[in-house]
Ligand binder design. Structure first.
Ligand code: PLP
Length: 398
């Protein structure tokens, strides 16, 4: 019998140190490892760029929690995305992606990688039929989606997208940063690869930067990349390129990410319950005539167009709530007037954050059809008492 999620979060890859018995695996800072004979590393480690005990421990825990075959840690979410995309695509290949993605991912897909002739094709990933039609027409090698998306919290149908992608020989990659494996495991719905910014819910304390790639068992490169025969393992290729280009995280960041996994489920469930309470409060307030919040965007609300799908795909609805304010001026003013919510980018940490995506996290989309409206504010709900958070927003709106 497989242990449950919370048990694996505490124990997988976390065996007590065999030498000292320390219950927490030690933070190994060494960059080089002694060999018993030339070319024969003692325990599989020779040089820290190629691997460290702390990285192995974190990667085995994350792979288990996502239900994947293997995971690789990176120094940031974007370096994980970049390394993965360099493996999966070549010049001229199309990547069909949900247009409501993080601004940095948008920049990677439409500018940074476009210099190489790769084409990012944005779609409305919440509209499965329209997305499937674009996939059929564009024949991408990768379909890329965030669900819930950032910052509009749209919900994409993972099983539907997996079949549309697989029908043209493409891989489905899901950025699971917003949900984390505590709330949603995309590989269970047919996705091939999951990526993370572990800087967010997984680290959970706004004190480390990291990323990760997790692959489903048997994930191989698109036959259109490798030619007939195929069969090249995605994780092997990503691991090869990570070592070749040196995109590796420092030991302390990985140690903090591993520690974050142990409390992830508790934190994600608690903050999701608070997010739902806060969303319900502002929805009720709008329904009773308040004009300052025009729309409360949260997949946990029955009125959200993706509510039923989110209920099928997620264990809870996530820790982010977005509000459409009556005007851009009000949106900015509220961001600057909160007392508990800190005006800062990022999300998924113990402290609540507020931000204005159009001028902050999603400024890279300005002037594009995917630009985020100026009236939107994004709230990342932390672990404070939810009634204090609601009161803080109320005084800011007042
Ligand atoms: N994916 C999502 C959904 C994000 O919100 C972010 C950052 O905000 C990233 C990826 C990029 O991660 P990082 O900042 O760790 O490079």
């Amino acid at each position: 019998m497989t242990d449950g999620f919370a048990t694996r979060a505490v124990h997988v890859g976390q065996d007590p140190d065999p030498v000292t018995g320390a219950v927490v695996p030690p933070l190994t800072l060494a960059t080089t490892f002694v060999m018993d004979a030339a070319g024969t590393p003692r325990a599989g480690y020779d040089y820290a760029r190629s691997g460290t005990p702390g990285r192995t421990s974190f990667e085995s825990a994350l792979a288990s929690l996502e239900g994947g075959a293997a995971a690789l840690a990176f120094p940031s979410g974007l370096s994980a995305e970049d390394t993965l995309l360099r493996v999966l695509t070549r010049a001229g290949d199309a990547v069909v992606f949900g247009g409501d993605v993080y601004g940095g991912t948008f920049r990677l897909l439409t500018a940074a990688l476009a210099h190489d002739g790769r084409r990012g094709v944005p779609v409305d990933a919440a509209d499965l039929a329209a997305t499937a039609a674009v996939i059929e027409a564009e024949r991408p090698v990768v379909v890329w989606v965030e669900t819930p998306s950032n910052p509009l919290l749209q919900i994409a149908d993972l099983a539907g997208l997996a079949s549309a992608a697989h029908a043209v020989g493409a891989l489905l990659v899901v950025d699971n940063t917003f949900a984390s494996p505590a709330l949603q495991r995309p590989l269970e719905f047919g996705a091939d690869v999951v990526v993370h910014s572990t800087t967010k819910l997984i680290g959970g304390h706004s004190d480390m930067t990291g990323g990760a790639v997790v692959t489903a068992s048997g994930a191989v490169l698109s036959a259109r990349r490798t030619g007939a025969g195929g069969g090249t393992s995605v994780i092997d290729e990503v691991g090869w390129l990570r070592n070749a280009v040196g995109a590796v995280p420092g030991p302390f960041d990985v140690w903090l990410a591993a520690r974050g996994l142990k409390t992830l489920r508790l934190r994600a469930m608690h903050a999701s319950a608070s997010a739902l309470r806060l969303a319900e409060h502002f929805a009720a307030r709008a329904a009773s005539g308040a004009r300052d919040v025009v729309e409360v965007i949260y997949p946990g609300l029955a009125a959200h167009p993706g509510h039923a799908l989110a209920t099928r795909q997620m264990d809870a609805y996530g820790t982010v709530v977005s509000l459409r304010c009556a005007s851009p001026e009000l949106a900015r003013a509220v961001c600057e007037r909160t007392r508990l919510f800190a005006l800062a980018v990022s999300l998924g940490a113990v402290e609540s954050l507020i931000e204005h995506p159009a001028s902050m996290t999603h400024a890279t989309k300005k002037d594009s059809p995917q630009a985020v409206a100026d009236e939107i504010i994004r709230l990342s709900i932390g672990l404070e008492d939810v009634e204090d958070l609601i009161a803080d927003l109320e005084q800011a709106f007042a």
